[in-house]
Design a protein around this ligand. Structure first.
Ligand SMILES: Cc1cc2nc3c(=O)[nH]c(=O)nc-3n(C[C@H](O)[C@H](O)[C@H](O)COP(=O)(O)OP(=O)(O)OC[C@H]3O[C@@H](n4cnc5c(N)ncnc54)[C@H](O)[C@@H]3O)c2cc1C
Length: 418
């Protein structure tokens, strides 16, 4: 079957791989000059089923309102974004009710866990390298109450086969010696040994190459301008390189999937939440972390990715705006200097790469996978803060749906009409 995929981020490229492997004739379209040059480019690199708890936990409304006007807040709601958030925002807040929140954790944990196992298989079978780390992640806390809250929440991961360990003082240092300079300020941390990490950009480039070996074609520098619908079918996509046609079309355009789908009357409840990162060369320093460290207070993480440190995080609701703001970037620099004061002599500001990307946030923490009300249009989008974590699982599930095979997880739980 001929299938057009819109978007060559980590989601579109991994989808292209699984579909090409299944024998389909794949064409991918992306407006950028290569794979993963938007949100999948410089994320925190963590593969963290442990972070299956969606952002909209009970109490999120108060948290968000308190951020308005505070440019340093880890979460930030900009007033200009409010009109675009209205309908979506009601569902987002509704999903923060305790019962739904717990259900949402389990749905997201199922997909994340499935996905990371598939990624392991891919890495071994294809022998691909992406600065992978398989020693877990550590979430650190400055106050006991937050540490205990996460420990209670982590109980929900146990039925999925994941483990965790609450660590304090010397035990925390044994797991992650690089925390030495701040250990006295920390109430403790939680180590999730099943988590992994790696460079999502490098992975996407590798999987794109594997998809190409299987015959997939990637059209770069080509923008989808319009989706053309006739009756209840897509008849073509109008692009900057002319009209392109296929039997089926899959939207994998991250946060831009929503406006593209809206133009043909399909509602994808996804809104962008901007996050930032700085990528800092180690410059010969060997005191860095062995695994990603997530600092809950900063809502940001420090990940060792080969010969660089990536400091990434925070969330800003400001619409489809990818610009860099110095106040928001300052959070990343602050976290680096706070946790690793010893790095100062090695730090070279001229070699830092600053970046921002738009996480496609669904209303309940899980992506939308599968069919839409338009007969030959499918979606694979809305992965929010876990798109790298969920990429392989989402792509395999979508391939199974298209091929009429039974997916490993209940597809109704991830459908657009759930
Ligand atoms: C700061 C930050 C940290 C993060 N950390 C992590 C993490 O540690 N772990 C994790 O799992 N996830 C993380 N994420 C989330 C993850 O990066 C995203 O969920 C993921 O990259 C989304 O991938 P995507 O392929 O859906 O979107 P994208 O990577 O944005 O890809 C969409 C593609 O569609 C193309 N496109 C859009 N519109 C058009 C058009 N009209 N025509 C042609 N092409 C188009 C774009 O060019 C783009 O290449 C983080 C995100 C941010 C911002």
């Amino acid at each position: 079957m001929k299938i057009i995929i819109i978007g060559a981020g980590v989601i579109g490229s991994t989808t292209a791989y699984y579909l090409a492997k299944s024998g389909h004739d794949i064409e991918v379209i992306d407006r950028q000059e290569g794979p993963a040059l938007e949100t999948s480019f410089a994320n925190a690199g963590m593969l963290t089923p442990s972070m299956a708890d969606p952002w909209n936990a009970p109490g999120i409304f108060k948290t968000l309102v308190s951020t308005i006007g505070n440019p340093h807040s880890p979460f930030l709601l900009r007033l200009k974004a409010l009109p675009s958030l209205l309908g979506w925002g009601v569902s987002f807040l509704n999903n923060s009710r305790e019962k739904l929140y717990i259900e949402n954790i389990h749905r997201s944990a199922d997909l994340s866990w499935y996905s990371v196992k598939l990624l392991d298989e891919l890495r071994k079978k294809l022998n691909i390298k992406y600065d992978q780390i398989t020693t877990g992640s550590i979430k650190v806390f400055r106050d006991m109450e937050s540490l205990e809250k996460l420990a209670r929440l982590s109980e929900h991961l146990i039925p999925h086969g994941m483990t965790y360990e609450v660590l304090k003082g010397n035990d925390l240092l044994k797991a992650e010696p690089s925390l030495e300079p701040v250990i006295d300020k920390l109430a403790g941390g939680v180590h999730f040994p099943d988590d992994q990490a790696g460079n999502a950009y490098k992975f996407t480039c590798e999987i794109e190459k594997e998809a190409m070996k299987l015959g997939a074609k990637f059209n770069y520098g080509v923008r989808v301008e319009k989706i053309i619908k006739k009756h209840n079918d897509i008849s073509a996509v109008r692009t900057s390189a002319g009209d392109m046609t296929a039997d089926k079309y899959i939207l994998c355009a991250g946060s831009y999937s929503t406006p593209l789908a809206k133009s043909i009357g399909i509602n994808i409840p996804v809104r962008p939440a901007k996050g930032y990162s700085i990528t800092v060369p180690l410059n010969g320093w060997n005191g860095g972390p062995r695994m990603p460290i997530i600092d809950d207070g900063f809502r940001a993480a420090i990940s060792p990715l080969g010969d660089v440190l990536r400091i990434a995080g925070t969330a800003e609701f400001s619409g489809l705006d990818q610009s860099l703001t110095s106040d928001r970037l300052a959070n990343m620099y602050d976290l680096l200097s706070e946790i690793y004061p010893d790095f100062a002599p090695y730090f070279d500001k001229d070699k830092v790469t600053e970046w921002a990307g738009l996480r496609p946030i669904s209303v309940d923490g899980s992506p939308y996978l599968g069919k839409t009300d338009v007969a030959n249009l499918l979606v694979n989008t809305g992965h929010g803060p876990l798109g790298w974590t969920m990429a392989a699982g989402s792509a395999k599930m979508l391939t199974d749906i298209i091929d009429g095979n039974e997916p490993a997880l209940d597809p109704k739980k991830y459908s657009l009409n759930r």
